[in-house]
Design a protein around this ligand. Sequence first.
Ligand SMILES: C[S@@+](CC[C@H](N)C(=O)[O-])C[C@H]1O[C@@H](n2cnc3c(N)ncnc32)[C@H](O)[C@@H]1O
Length: 241
Amino acid sequence: MPEYFVASVEAENKRLEQASSVVRAYMDGNLFLAPIDMTRRNLKVLDSATNNGFWLSQFQAYLKDPDSATLVGTDLQDRFPNPPRPGIHLQIQDINKPWPESWKSTFDYVHQALVLFQAGPRQRKAVHSLAELVKPGGWIELMEPQYDTTNEDNGPAFQHFLDMVGELWAMRGTTSDFAADLEGTIKDAGFVDVKSVLLPIGIGPKHKIPELADISVESTVGGGKNISIALRVVYGRKPEY
Ligand SMILES: C[S@@+](CC[C@H](N)C(=O)[O-])C[C@H]1O[C@@H](n2cnc3c(N)ncnc32)[C@H](O)[C@@H]1O
């Protein structure tokens, strides 16, 4: 089973940055939802599955005292900027493998978005391992897609995209409604103040901000390209990048 396929580093960075603005529009422009005090000094923050550290660089920009913060990003693959962005440390880490022992109970805030499908049936274990990195009183925030596969308003192109996502996820043992279990998984991990929100993200003309209509389509098509590359590899065909 392939790990994670991208059309190109540039295409991946672009579509994820686009996707970030598409989603943020539904979070009232916010980068995250946990009640993190951005005026605090010495915050220690982890962004797991960070790609190129884009989210962390935005987080850094909102901090009152960024120089005092420890900002760590991890990913299975190296699409890290070279030279690295000042104040942001990026390193390789698989969400399905043990985390460094010395990181346990040390982070004020752990963030992870759009990667849990990669853990397949091991999702609870992956979330619990990640949660162990949060120190007492700290926060964890997970963001994952919960596609509405039965919506009659889904057009044929979007439905085709959903079918491809479903096919790839099924091969990994990932169920299409896995995000619905996240709140329970986090509570089981010992967190007490737990909330989940479902953001009804529109794509194309359904996006709430007209200027983001085309961008939302572009970023979705970018994700679709990765899926078709992955599926070609699974079926033993030559990937077309
Ligand atoms: C859809 S992108 C999301 C990136 C970023 N979190 C965001 O929201 O823009 C998925 C990321 O997860 C990474 N990834 C895939 N499998 C992983 C794994 N097993 N462990 C850690 N990262 C993984 C990919 O390399 C990619 O950067």
